[in-house]
Design a protein around this ligand. Structure first.
Ligand SMILES: NC(=O)C1=CN([C@@H]2O[C@H](COP(=O)(O)OP(=O)(O)OC[C@H]3O[C@@H](n4cnc5c(N)ncnc54)[C@H](O)[C@@H]3O)[C@@H](O)[C@H]2O)[C@@H](O)CC1
Ligand SMILES: Nc1ncnc2c1ncn2[C@@H]1O[C@H](COP(=O)(O)OP(=O)(O)OP(=O)(O)O)[C@@H](O)[C@H]1O
Length: 438
């Protein structure tokens, strides 16, 4: 078993090396000198062979094979390593620190195509109407960060749906946000029975439901809290949003909800989950550990094979896009893995994930709009250089923007950098990545 794992690991190292020699598109932080020598993006025969070796030794379904090695409580002594039936296409967006990476210079013009132009003829709302569902007694900062980030990086309108206790506070942070005090938590409603809870759910759904169709993307979870009544109502909102085909970004307590009720989101291609390391581990334990008899109950999430594990997780979630945040951000919809370690800041202050969820929501809405236009200019370029999936494109662009903004804020504020500083730099960073025409 040990030697089998070792072989796969060796294959992955070779894979990385070949990737850096041009067999896959790469934006890598690590070897810029290799990046510069990239001869092209097409898959080379050597890499094709390596992929076959790594992935085709077992043609059984994902439920019987997995990239997860043993965790603390093993259910079965047989814990095979990665044998993905489909090869992984890996695209790494990496950081020659100053932004001179050859690959990044290819990716940015492709991403730029989905950014809407600023033209006098456009009307309010065309650049994006975003909603954030979050904000409770404890947390008012997180939904504010997500919603204001959406506005600051280019959306036209941002709404927040929160509890009445949080609403006044959020409104007082910014007159630019449209705040709806429509959610309820146990603390407010006291002890109520099943029937009353059901009535409350209907009321919340009616209040939120009349707005839903207007939104281009909804962020669910920043500062939402974990009150069971409130989460029950949010689950109903998710169902309704899916019915209306609205893209969803799930973060913070929204992830807590869908980790406990994965059926809410599995198979919905317009969903993006943005877990941090801890949230990702919970998701893996639930989706892989609890459901697959062939892997340990607490599968080990290993840094070595994060891309393979993430792809496996996204595949098990039937095409949901997952953006796993960390030192490197990994993004997968089960078909492709993108990774980005471009820019970033060493400050780990709370709230940066909220900036990411708000920004990603806007990029996803732009990408969806872009792909829905059959005559959109440069579509082939976006598909080839990034992905033909709007949620993948949006997630990568969101990651790049937030890391760029964090780097800019850190350069100015150093150890004093907070999320508010990062938000202040969103507009400037957008313009550095996607400059407005002179
Ligand atoms: N100002 C605010 O209102 C903020 C509210 N937030 C909200 O707070 C709620 C709870 O979020 P939490 O993230 O605290 O959730 P959890 O209760 O899941 O806590 C996660 C824990 O994991 C730890 N952790 C995070 N990243 C880690 C890593 N890479 N390695 C090891 N440990 C790690 C953290 O220190 C934290 O103690 C969410 O609704 C969230 O949106 C946050 O967004 C932060 C800002
Ligand atoms: N070690 C790191 N180096 C550079 N950037 C990082 C690092 N860890 C996270 N990030 C970036 O910070 C952003 C937020 O990720 P983080 O892991 O802090 O989210 P979070 O814990 O959900 O945040 P929040 O405090 O809002 O709940 C992401 O864009 C990610 O790319």
């Amino acid at each position: 078993m040990q030697s089998a794992s070792f072989l796969v690991l060796r294959t992955r190292l070779n894979f990385s090396l070949m990737a850096s020699q041009g067999c896959v598109t790469q934006f890598s932080f690590h070897p810029p000198q290799l990046l510069r020598s990239l001869p092209g993006q097409r898959q080379c025969p050597k890499l094709r062979r390596a992929r076959q070796y790594a992935y085709s030794t077992d043609s059984s379904s994902t439920s019987s094979s997995s990239p997860y090695s043993s965790g603390s409580s093993t259910r079965s002594s047989h814990t095979p390593r990665t044998r993905d039936p489909e090869p992984r296409r890996s695209l790494q967006v990496g950081a020659a620190m100053g932004g001179n990476s050859t690959e990044l210079q290819k990716i940015l013009p492709a991403l730029e195509k989905v950014v809407p132009v600023l033209a006098p003829g456009r009307h309010k709302g065309q650049a994006g109407k975003i909603a954030v569902i979050g904000g409770c007694r404890e947390y008012t900062g997180a939904p504010y960060f997500a919603a204001i980030s959406a506005l600051k990086m280019g959306a036209d309108l941002a709404h927040v749906f929160c509890t009445s206790g949080a609403a006044t506070v959020i409104k007082s942070y910014s007159p630019e946000l449209i705040v709806h005090p429509v959610l309820h938590e146990s603390y407010d409603v006291g002890e109520i029975g099943e029937e009353e809870i059901s009535g409350l759910k209907d009321k919340v759904l009616a209040e939120v439901g009349k707005w839903l169709q207007r939104f281009d993307c909804i962020v669910i979870g920043p500062g939402l809290g974990r009150d069971p009544i409130l989460l029950d109502c949010v689950a109903a909102i998710i169902e309704e949003a899916k019915f209306k085909n609205i893209p969803l970004v799930l973060d913070g307590d929204g992830l807590f909800l869908v980790t406990n009720q994965p059926e809410l989101i599995i198979g919905y291609p317009l969903a993006i989950l943005t877990p941090n390391v801890m949230e990702h581990k919970r998701l893996v334990a639930k989706i892989v550990g609890e459901r697959d008899q062939n892997v340990p109950q607490n599968p080990e999430v290993s840094n070595e094979d994060l891309p393979g594990q993430l792809q496996d997780l996204a595949k098990r979630m039937e095409g949901v896009t997952i953006l796993q945040k960390g030192k490197t951000d990994y993004i997968s919809d089960g078909k492709t893995v993108l990774s980005s370690d471009y820019y970033g800041s060493p400050r780990r202050c709370g709230g940066q994930g909220d900036v990411l969820s708000g920004s990603t929501a806007v990029f996803v809405s732009w990408a969806k709009e872009y792909f829905s236009n059959e005559n959109a200019a440069g579509k082939k370029e976006v598909e080839e250089r990034v992905s033909n999936n709007p949620t993948m494109v949006g997630a990568l662009a969101g990651s790049l923007l937030c890391r760029k903004s964090a780097a800019n804020a850190f350069a100015q504020h150093k150890r004093a950098t907070t999320t508010t500083n990062i938000i202040e730099y969103l507009g400037h960073s957008m313009d550095e990545l996607f400059p407005l025409p002179q």
